[in-house]
Design a protein around this ligand. Structure first.
Ligand code: GLV
Length: 318
């Protein structure tokens, strides 16, 4: 009996590959694990019945149109803005993502960026590595306090909630803004966007990217923030207008930013690289081995469920 054909765009963990192996005829990228291009994806997907993709694969309408047999896409990520969900819906292609399994790890990393940004960890480490440290001084790499400050969260979903919970240990006031007032508030106070911007000492952005959240933070929003404020983006590039943010950082309009995501990643505005008040990481918020393993396995379990006619574990409602 012929098995359904599965295209896996990037290297995945052996345990997931093993689980999938008996059920699919697999084409994968295990050997070199290179990022896909649109042309490469269109060429590779032609025969596929199933696609296992990542946050970095752009599965747009053209890619989906190039796959006439495609039945399901499993992305190993919670966000799926890189996939044309409408095109999936129109073709009856099922879609799954990986919510929940990455919530706590991603919240940890939001805090890592917040702390590194407020306390100038990357900048001062560069100074030490470059051999510039000649001795201790009072006014050396003075940052801003995290404890006792006001933490603002833009997007009080699962990850926003997990970030808010952690703030209790730092004795912080937590304010948040969401399109709808969230149910679980974790001691956080709902405020309008203007109040969130004006009152946050540290602002963490965690909203999913969509047309509605495109450039949710622009120059006008940054202008409402405190000059001492730090901004952390672990959501998606595109939620923040990066050119406006760069400008605000260069002018000292806000103090600093911790950025794990960028508008055209992996490309980013060169200006960010020259800034000492920006902590820059390569979209790794969910990257602990345990959590990345759970994400890959959940994507695999969704594929197996579909091929065996069972309900998907974590379907995206289309
Ligand atoms: C990562 O960005 C994800 O959406 O899982």
């Amino acid at each position: 009996m012929t098995r359904p054909r599965l295209l896996i765009t990037r290297r995945i963990y052996p345990e997931a590959l093993e689980a999938l192996a008996g059920h699919f005829d697999i084409t994968d990228n295990q050997a070199n694990d290179t990022p896909t291009t649109k042309e490469g994806l269109m060429a590779a997907i032609g025969q596929a019945d199933y696609l296992f993709c990542t946050v970095a694969d752009k599965v747009d309408g053209d890619v989906i149109a190039a796959a006439p047999s495609l039945r399901m896409i499993a992305t190993g990520a919670v966000g799926f803005n890189n996939i044309d969900a409408q095109a999936c819906k129109a073709r009856g292609i099922a879609l799954s993502n990986t919510p929940d399994v990455l919530t706590e790890t991603t919240a940890d990393f939001g805090w890592a960026l917040l702390m590194a940004t407020a306390r100038r960890v990357s900048e001062s480490e560069r100074y030490v590595r470059q051999g510039q440290w000649k001795g201790w001084a009072f006014d050396q790499f003075t940052g801003v306090d995290v404890h006792g400050a006001t933490l603002g969260i833009l997007g009080m979903g699962r990850i926003g909630g997990a970030i808010a919970r952690r703030a209790a240990g730092f004795n912080m006031r937590v304010v948040y803004h969401n399109r709808s007032k969230a149910q679980q508030e974790y001691g956080a106070q709902y405020v309008d966007k203007q109040t969130l911007l004006a009152e946050s000492d540290h602002l963490i952005i965690v909203v999913p990217y969509s047309q509605a959240t495109h450039h949710l933070i622009t120059a006008a929003d940054l202008a409402q923030m405190k000059p001492s404020a730090c901004l952390v983006n672990i959501a998606r590039g595109g939620v923040v207008n990066d050119a406006d943010l760069l400008n605000a950082l260069q002018r000292g309009q806000i103090r600093a930013a911790g950025l794990d995501v960028f508008e055209n990643e992996p490309a980013l505005h060169a200006g960010f690289l020259a800034l000492d008040n920006a902590v820059l990481t390569p979209h790794i918020a969910s990257s602990s081995r345990a959590t990345r393993g759970r994400m890959v396995m959940l994507a695999a379990e969704n594929l197996l469920a579909h091929v065996q006619g069972r309900p998907l574990k974590t379907p995206v409602a289309l």
